[in-house]
Ligand binder design. Structure first.
Ligand SMILES: Nc1nc2c(ncn2[C@@H]2O[C@H](COP(=O)(O)OP(=O)(O)OP(=O)(O)O)[C@@H](O)[C@H]2O)c(=O)[nH]1
Ligand SMILES: [Mg+2]
Length: 422
């Protein structure tokens, strides 16, 4: 196939050139409107139209083509040709001279004026389509530029590694505004000569994330006894399982005297669940059916070092349920209240839970179900808004193994890379 470009001040002008040179077999491969035409700007910054046309073979009629300058050869099997054919861009009817009889004369009744008018109309329509398409593509371009501007407005010309870092944080669901602020801070704390050093840049980021996170004092280091800890949170986030894991670890690995209280009188299965574990691990356990019974149970375990209280899971949407739960927690007067947040929940849900559970005055976070989570960036989203220390992460259903005490390095890696050990 021979391909050539035609340029005109109007679509029609370019089209006429094409028609004259290539004749009725021509196929329009592409057409566009060009503004401020760069190197080709011989019309002084005005718009012009460009038609890229192709011709399958050289016929006697358009034999001129052979000697044409700027004509390029290309395979007939190119995607463009297929595109053109598929679009039905064959313009025989337009390019043709007016219909003729076999002897080369026009039929007597042929209305040349009407034929010319029709031909002109089609050309105008074609020209309008090209304009419209260009306008849409201009709008698209502008929209993309606006979106990019909004995204990166406060971070012009960031070095590549920082842009990559921003993308990775956002991919891991760190809120975009927060991710930008983080990257900006890392950027301003990185020496210019280190902008291209991945190791240095990553270390600076992990250090910053580490500084944004508070870590709870490890429970095995607790001195004041009995130390009372309650776990609260929405239904099914893993409170009871986590209590069992904490209790087992404190007893088995740190040889601490531990006791359990179940205040989940709403679900009989919950009591059984914890009781079964307590029996196996040989840990004393009491059930409290009222706030008063919680006080009694704590008194009963006054010689223990750590008392862990399991509470009923409550939807953050039920104010009355939360107020009932508050009475139990207040009665226990706990040293620590750990709010368990499942990492499988959306940021919106997690933030709503944190807000509603303020009633119970939590002073620690436990992030559960890390193994099922796909957006660990939410950890920093939460911690940035609510500056509570993190005590544990839970990583599966197995008691007592699937729990990890919070740690700065581990959490920073998790937020940035989405994995525990990287
Ligand atoms: N994948 C995964 N599942 C977990 C984890 N922790 C708990 N689970 C599971 O989540 C489900 C609910 O756990 P529970 O410990 O009963 O949750 P809860 O918060 O006490 O639930 P309620 O008392 O009903 O509010 C169980 O199937 C657990 O095995 C975890 O870290 N990862
Ligand atoms: Mg439970």
């Amino acid at each position: 196939m021979r391909i050539k470009k035609y340029v005109g001040r109007t679509f029609q002008e370019a089209f006429e050139q094409m028609k004259n040179e290539l004749g009725p077999e021509a196929i329009i491969l592409n057409s566009r409107k060009i503004k401020n035409g760069g190197k080709l700007d011989f019309w002084g910054g005005k718009e012009y139209y460009e038609i890229t046309a192709g011709l399958d073979s050289v016929s006697p009629r358009n034999g001129r083509l052979r000697g044409m300058a700027n004509t390029t050869e290309s395979s007939a099997a190119t995607g463009k040709a297929t595109y053109a054919n598929a679009k039905g861009a064959r313009l025989d009817t337009l390019v043709q001279d007016s219909p003729k009889n076999g002897n080369g004369t026009r039929p007597a009744d042929f209305d040349f004026a009407a034929w010319e008018a029709e031909r002109k109309k089609i050309l105008e329509q074609l020209s309008n389509i090209v304009e419209l398409r260009d306008e849409i593509s201009d709008i698209k371009k502008t929209l993309n530029q606006v979106a990019d501007f909004l995204k990166y407005s406060r971070m012009p010309a960031l070095p590549e590694l920082f842009k990559e870092m921003l993308k990775k944080l956002v991919d891991n669901e760190v809120h975009e505004d927060l991710a930008k602020a983080i990257v900006q801070t890392v950027y301003s704390h990185t020496h210019m000569t280190d902008y291209g050093k991945r190791e240095v840049v990553t270390r600076n980021l992990l250090n910053l994330l580490g500084k944004m996170i508070k870590i709870a004092q490890p429970l095995d280091k607790i001195k004041r006894t009995p130390y009372v800890i309650a776990l609260v949170g929405p239904t099914g986030v893993g409170k009871t399982t986590t209590i069992a894991k904490i209790a087992a670890n404190l007893k088995l690995f740190f040889n601490r005297r531990v006791a359990l209280i179940s205040a989940d009188t709403y679900r009989i299965a919950a009591i059984e669940q914890l009781q079964t574990f307590a029996n196996i691990a040989n840990i004393p356990m009491s059930v409290a059916y009222s706030p008063q019974e919680i006080r009694e149970a704590i008194y009963k375990y006054k010689d223990k070092e750590i008392i862990l209280i399991d509470t009923v899971g409550r939807s953050q949407k039920h104010d009355q349920h939360l107020r009932d739960l508050q009475k139990f927690v207040d009665a226990a007067n706990p040293d620590e209240v750990h709010l368990v947040l499942s990492l499988t929940a959306s940021l919106k849900t997690m933030l709503d839970v944190v807000k509603r559970f303020q009633l119970l005055r939590p002073n620690r976070f436990i992030f559960s179900k890390l193994d099922e989570s796909i957006h660990t960036g939410n950890i920093i989203n939460i911690l940035y808004k609510h500056q509570l220390p993190v005590s544990f992460l839970t990583t599966g259903q197995t008691v007592p193994n699937d729990i990890v005490p919070a740690d700065r390095t581990l959490l920073s890696n998790l937020i940035y890379k989405g994995v525990l050990n990287a």
